[in-house]
Design a protein. Structure first.
Lengths: 448, 79
């Protein structure tokens, strides 16, 4: 019995009893589908609805052209953007000349190379094609499509997702409002068809695709800890490439069972919203997903399918209360684009935000401008988040559990986290001397 | 009672139960900080490692000091 098992069976058992008696909740869906091995730590509760409310009168499908990546010129102004890029290029050259750690040729080459698998796919393209069939279908094998109970199917999908590289997996009923109304000049529509298809005007998702399998992929903390440098960008790019492999693999697996599967990383719609619905984490002050196991140190992706699955419920691990008092991400943001407000609100910062849900909305154009300013992106908000931990010591689990159950301690934990030096920028020069595990992540973290 | 020469005998001095509780807590405290120090080292968190190893070392030295002082006092009394 290792430390994790000891914790799980010993303190974990006691915690479960206390936790359930305090909240009166239980993870009934998980027990239904026999998914205990894929579940969160004992201090995470399941809820019927996500904690941050949605205004059904306002929340609707988003036009991705409003996204900051698609409208940087509009939001920032052509002249400003040109000046910014020129400044960025000059700075980049200066950093090369200075041989500044984190901005050297090898650092930037690593960041770019990290994208290599991600670039193989795009919206209904390459590894993210909606119809490609690499694996043989049940018809080709001369057998019927997969038949199993909802729980069995969910269990199987989660096992396969883990095998393809998912850190955590959750399943939710697809809320169509999370899917973009328009992307890359094409409308995205739902129709009563058997197979998804696309033409010049539209991309069609079959009505029968009622489930979304939401998955997270770990990013390397050792890389993100070097933020803002090209090495932290390498952490992000590698995360995207691993997402690409994950969705491609899971999609083909589902197709091999005889069902429709539509892969998606950051295309097609929000990845955060289905992840919240599927109980992978909660929405934090960064307006991004924060998970109980890895904090914000994840990239997200999803697969839409018509394979009937047992669904998971949203979770609560006290993050909302924690973010209200912590604010370390907002303090660490070099361009002040994160909110300092105590409470989340329905008020958006600009058209780049999709309104109709309560959140701490961010000033995305400022954030993206700083990416140019720094010459290599920025992940400071992820680096300083107290939920970002490697979990090599039992104290992190104790504090996470205590924070989830006793929000009054959150301010103390935040100040202690800072005092202990967590979240400080690490040396980019020393990164190259690390004895890194595969992909730079500990794949056993958070696996009970 | 006749002693069996084939055995070693461990003599444990009698003391109140609360002393045993304090000793137990002290050991848990030391193990906890040692674990945090080792974990922080593995996490490459120098400050967390420094603080935890500091707390561990100070606690250990303090514990040894109290133990030695107690022994000396007892010896003096028995003399």
């Amino acid at each position: 019995m290792d430390r994790r098992d000891f914790f799980k069976f010993g303190l974990g058992g006691a915690g479960l009893t206390i936790g359930e008696s305090l909240t009166g909740s239980s993870d009934s869906d998980s027990s239904l589908s026999g998914n205990h091995e894929f579940d969160h730590p004992w201090w995470v509760n399941r809820l019927e609805e996500p904690k941050l409310p949605v205004d059904d009168r306002v929340y609707s499908r988003f036009n991705s052209r409003k996204n900051v990546f698609g409208s940087m010129v509009k939001y920032y102004g052509m002249k400003n953007l040109k000046e910014l890029r020129e400044r960025s290029q000059k700075k980049t050259q200066r950093y090369y000349r200075e041989n500044r750690p984190g901005y050297r040729l090898q650092d930037r080459a690593l960041a770019d190379a990290g994208w290599v698998i991600s670039r193989l796919g795009g919206l209904n393209r390459g590894t993210r094609s909606w119809t490609r069939n690499f694996v043989r279908t049940p018809q080709q094998r001369g057998v019927e499509e997969y038949k199993g109970s909802l729980g069995e199917a969910a269990h199987m999908i989660k096992a396969a997702a883990r095998y393809f590289g998912a850190a955590t997996v959750g399943i939710t009923r697809l809320d169509r409002r999370h899917i973009n109304a328009k992307e890359r000049g094409k409308r995205i529509v739902f129709e009563g068809v058997e197979e998804p298809y696309g033409n010049k005007e539209k991309l069609v998702i079959p009505d029968k695709c009622k489930y979304a399998v939401s998955m997270s992929v770990q990013m390397s903390l050792d890389n993100i800890a070097c933020s803002p440098t090209a090495l932290s960008s390498a952490g992000s790019s590698m995360g995207y490439s691993r997402c690409e492999f994950l969705v491609a693999g899971l999609t083909e697996f589902i197709r091999g069972l005889g069902y429709v599967a539509i892969p998606s990383v950051n295309d097609l719609g929000s990845s955060v919203a289905p992840a919240v619905d599927a109980g992978l984490g909660e929405l934090g002050r960064t307006n991004r997903l924060i998970t109980p196991e890895f904090g914000p140190m994840v990239r997200l992706c999803k697969v839409l399918t018509d394979l009937p699955l047992a669904v998971d419920k949203p979770i609560d691990f006290g993050l909302l209360e924690f973010c209200k008092v912590c604010k370390r991400c907002a303090e660490a943001c070099p361009c002040n684009c994160l909110s300092f407000e105590d409470e989340p609100s329905f008020e958006v910062k600009g058209p780049w935000n999709n309104p109709g849900h309560k959140a701490w909305f961010e000033d995305s154009p400022q954030c993206l401008a700083y990416w140019q300013e720094s010459t290599s992106g920025c992940s400071n908000c992820l680096r300083v988040c107290p939920w970002t931990k490697k979990d090599k010591t039992v104290i992190h689990q104790i504090i996470k559990g205590a924070s989830a159950k006793i929000p009054a301690l959150d301010a103390f934990f935040t100040s202690m986290d800072e005092s202990f030096g967590y979240g400080r920028q690490r040396s980019a020069r020393k990164w190259w001397d690390l004895n890194l595990p595969e992909y730079g992540v500990d794949t056993t973290q958070g696996k009970g | 009672m006749k002693r069996n020469e084939g055995y070693c005998y461990l003599k444990i001095r009698k003391c109140p139960f609360y002393i045993w509780i304090i000793r137990g807590l002290g050991i848990v405290w030391l193990v906890f900080w040692a674990e945090v120090a080792v974990g922080s080292r593995m996490e490459l968190e120098p400050r967390a490692f420094g603080i935890s190893i500091g707390v561990f070392t100070v606690s250990l030295i303090l514990g040894l000091f109290l133990w030695i002082r107690g022994n000396l006092k007892r010896k003096k009394k028995s003399l």
